[in-house]
Design a protein around this ligand. Structure first.
Ligand code: URP
Ligand code: ZN
Ligand code: ZN
Length: 473
């Protein structure tokens, strides 16, 4: 990366999750050093200071996409967007211990031990469990119980892909037997109830363990309602809708062109009920849902075509990273469902809090990393695969006109995008180790352990008769 620059972002409206103020922002050595009115006297032009005019624009904390799969080997293929092309920002975190070449031919440590090492020494404070993908990733209830217990022990947050894998496998057989081999079969074999049931089951198990839980890719009204109800019942659970579930719907699975339908295949699927995106956005606006990701996992048409005769073989995944902020601004803020502060909360701040990066990330404040976007809320752009910067040859938001356009993107004090031009090299990104026991999620958990642990009832021992049970052999 080039030498750290000094930047002054002048006159913009600085938006955090709790307030907005018109102010200048001074950036030095990758961090925010000062925020205030008129930091630079009129006419002054100190050497080595670059001034970015943000008058009439918003100055936002950089977005945090909570869920992506770059260069991910999956379903016989590998997702086409790598860390450089797919984000033009982060570098891959170090690979999991299990795939590191062992120094001796010793067997890898048990998973529980690996989780502990990752949390204590490697800066990993969340673990994702799959309830779907039978015979591949799927774990059963007792394994979830064990994994959640270990998460709690080491101060991690448990994440789940919530779908009933057994029901999906049976449903898929049924659809194929009916002669339904196209992408619509993907949704038909895993309707909303399959997602909602697993969501409730995961919440029930997490509650039994008193472990904080994070539900990735919330795709349906039914699953979102389960999460909202659980939060109202006091559970420590967070829901992550994604750009896809907030921006489009599952009617595409019935599209006449096979490739169009196949490019929307992901799990859990987009829902055919066209009111789903509005519903999820309303819950995101009012606090029932907490963060937003994308689950960005892209496959080109020729890769999707692995499932041309059988929908179960279509590699699962859709795009989102590049368009998440614009889709949420358009459908959330421009539509009037949420204000600019809630936008910052759901695209950045809440993720930083849940994953223990706050206030280094997720806030524009003195001392925070200078990850900043200068945002034009009035400008519009039309999303298209023809103009996007991703490797994938399809965009599920094709043709969507979005208000809200990033003008300048600053990563750790460096301008990485401006006026359509990227200034990044592969490897510029940085893995940020995260500490366990994030206060935002663990304060309540710890207090409950102290005050909500059941105790036995004090009684006199029973002294009466006890029936004799005869062996039935
Ligand atoms: O279809 C999806 N979601 N692909 C990525 C893997 C996953 O389940 O998150
Ligand atoms: Zn998943
Ligand atoms: Zn995923």
């Amino acid at each position: 990366m080039a030498a750290p620059s000094r930047l002054l972002i002048r006159g913009g409206r600085v938006v955090n999750d709790d307030l907005s103020q018109v102010a200048d922002v001074l950036v030095e050595d990758g961090a925010v050093r000062a925020i205030g009115r008129d930091l630079l006297p009129p006419g002054a032009a100190p050497a080595g200071l670059r001034v970015l005019d943000a008058a009439g624009k918003l100055v936002l904390p950089g977005g945090i996409d909570t869920h992506t799969h770059m260069q991910f080997p999956f379903m016989g293929s590998r997702s086409v967007d790598d860390f450089h092309q797919g984000t033009k920002v982060p570098a891959p975190p170090r690979p999991p211990l299990r795939s590191a070449p062992p120094p001796t031919p010793l067997p890898p440590p048990p998973v529980k031990e690996e989780m502990k090492i990752l949390a204590q020494d490697k800066g990993v404070n969340s673990f994702k469990m799959f309830m779907a993908y039978k015979d591949l990733y799927m774990v059963r209830d007792e394994e979830l119980y064990a994994a959640f217990s270990q998460c709690k022990e080491i101060g991690a947050i448990a994440q789940v892909h919530a779908e009933n894998g057994d029901l999906i496998a049976e449903g898929a057989k049924k659809m194929l037997a009916l002669g339904i081999t196209g992408p619509e079969g993907h949704e038909l074999c895993r309707p909303e109830a399959v997602e909602a049931e697993a969501t409730l089951r995961a919440i029930t198990i997490a509650s039994a363990v008193n472990c904080p839980l994070y539900i990735v890719h919330v795709m349906s009204k039914s699953a979102a309602k389960v999460i909202a109800d659980a939060r109202r019942d006091g559970q420590v659970v967070y829901g992550e809708p994604i750009a896809a579930s907030l921006g489009t719907d599952g009617t595409h699975y019935w599209h006449r062109e096979w490739h169009h339908a196949a490019h929307h295949v992901m799990g859990p699927p987009l829902r055919p009920d066209p009111s789903t995106p509005h519903f999820l956005m309303n819950l995101l606006a009012n606090g029932d849902l907490t963060t937003t990701g994308t689950d960005h996992c892209t496959f080109n048409t020729c890769q999707k075509a692995l499932g041309k005769d059988d929908f179960t073989k279509i590699p699962n995944g859709v795009n989102g990273v590049e368009d998440r902020m614009s889709v949420i601004w358009e459908k959330g803020v421009h539509s009037g469902k949420m204000d600019e502060n809630r936008f910052v909360a759901v695209t950045s701040t809440n993720a930083a809090k849940v994953f223990n990066l706050y206030p280094r990330k997720g806030r524009i404040a003195v001392g925070s990393d200078a990850d900043i976007v200068i945002w034009d809320p009035k400008a519009t752009r039309t999303i298209s695969a023809k103009t996007h910067h991703q490797a994938v040859n399809f965009n599920i938001f094709e043709g969507m006109v979005c208000h809200g356009v990033p003008l300048v993107t600053i990563s750790r004090g460096k301008v990485v995008y401006e006026a359509g031009v990227f200034s990044v090299s592969a490897g510029d990104g940085k893995f940020i180790p995260r500490k366990p026991f994030a206060e935002y999620v663990y304060k309540r958990i710890k207090q409950r352990d102290q005050t909500c642990t059941p105790t036995p009832v004090e009684r006199e021992p029973y002294k009466g008769e006890v029936v004799t049970v005869k062996s039935t052999e």
